[in-house]
Design a protein around this ligand. Structure first.
Ligand SMILES: [Fe+2]
Length: 283
């Protein structure tokens, strides 16, 4: 089993960075922290997770809404304000679809599609937060994800302030098989939300991945992936050796070569549902 030190980053594929990045910065409060040809790294000021966005051009795979990412606001009123603001600026940002806010699994949320084919959620768990017994369960995924909330002046003029980048999502076919892979191979925690949804996380990091059972789902390129950090280059090399030897018998569907990039080692693997994961040493 891998011994991760964090669920560290996530990667998203878009059509054009010039269309998608303004949605992330202007509507979801991300900040650009690095830029390379065809790739932009974004960070939310209250969240350690990095969001690396890859430009794939017009051929970028269209995601289904069950492959989305989410940011969190503090109040229900902010979700309603976000719906109003997104609707008023739909043309300007090329938003493809904006759903009316609704309650789902304890969260009051608005979902929309950005022009680069990805679904996003602006969620609020204010009702759950009134009952500590509720939010302290399930690995604390519904607990506040920030130490101190951002003040309204940090993100003025919209009527809402995304306070944290909280989650991404995956689809799986058979929960028991995927659960075993996440825990016994990837070394992550799994918390059950209901019969067909689990939360995957690392105990020391707040961001999580929602995994929902689906009858059908699309598979994507490794441009859509989650990154797990191991403590050192040596640990990554050893993990690669172990998976090359034993991974297929444990449900791994593909293993890519070990790569070195600057001081870091990394490699890609796909899980039993053909979702991609990156295993990396800290940069
Ligand atoms: Fe979500």
């Amino acid at each position: 089993m891998l011994q991760p030190i964090a669920l560290a980053n996530t990667h998203m594929e878009c059509r054009y960075l010039k269309e998608t990045v303004p949605v992330m910065t202007d509507l979801l409060a991300f900040e650009k922290v690095a830029e390379h040809p065809g790739e932009v790294t974004l960070k939310h000021p209250n969240t350690d997770w990095l969001l690396i966005v890859h430009e794939a051009g017009p051929e970028a795979s269209v995601k289904q809404m069950h492959n989305h990412w989410g940011v969190r606001v503090m109040t229900r009123e902010e979700v309603d304000a976000a719906y109003e603001y997104l609707t008023a600026h739909k043309e300007e940002y090329g938003l493809k679809q904006i759903g009316k806010p609704y309650y789902n699994h304890g969260s009051y949320s608005v979902y929309f599609l950005e022009p680069g084919t990805n679904g996003w959620e602006i969620e609020c768990y204010a009702d759950v937060l009134r009952k500590e017994r509720e939010w302290s369960r399930r690995g604390g995924v519904r607990a506040p994800h920030w130490e101190a909330p951002l003040p309204p002046e940090h993100f003025p003029g919209r009527g809402y302030v995304p306070q944290g980048f909280t989650h991404g999502t995956l689809a799986c076919g058979e929960l028991k098989v995927s659960w075993d892979f996440y825990t016994k191979v990837l070394g992550l925690e799994v918390h059950q939300a209901n019969d067909h949804v689990v939360y995957i996380k690392h105990p020391k990091t707040k961001c999580y991945v929602v995994c929902a059972v689906r009858k059908e789902w699309k598979t994507f390129s490794p441009n859509f992936r989650f990154t797990i950090s191991l403590e050192s280059k040596e640990a990554v090399a050893e993990a690669h050796r172990w998976l090359a030897e034993s991974g297929k018998g444990l449900g791994m569907t593909e293993l890519r070569d070990l790569q070195s990039s600057g001081p870091a080692f990394s490699f890609l693997l796909s899980d039993p549902d053909r979702n991609w994961w990156e295993i990396s040493s800290p940069n």
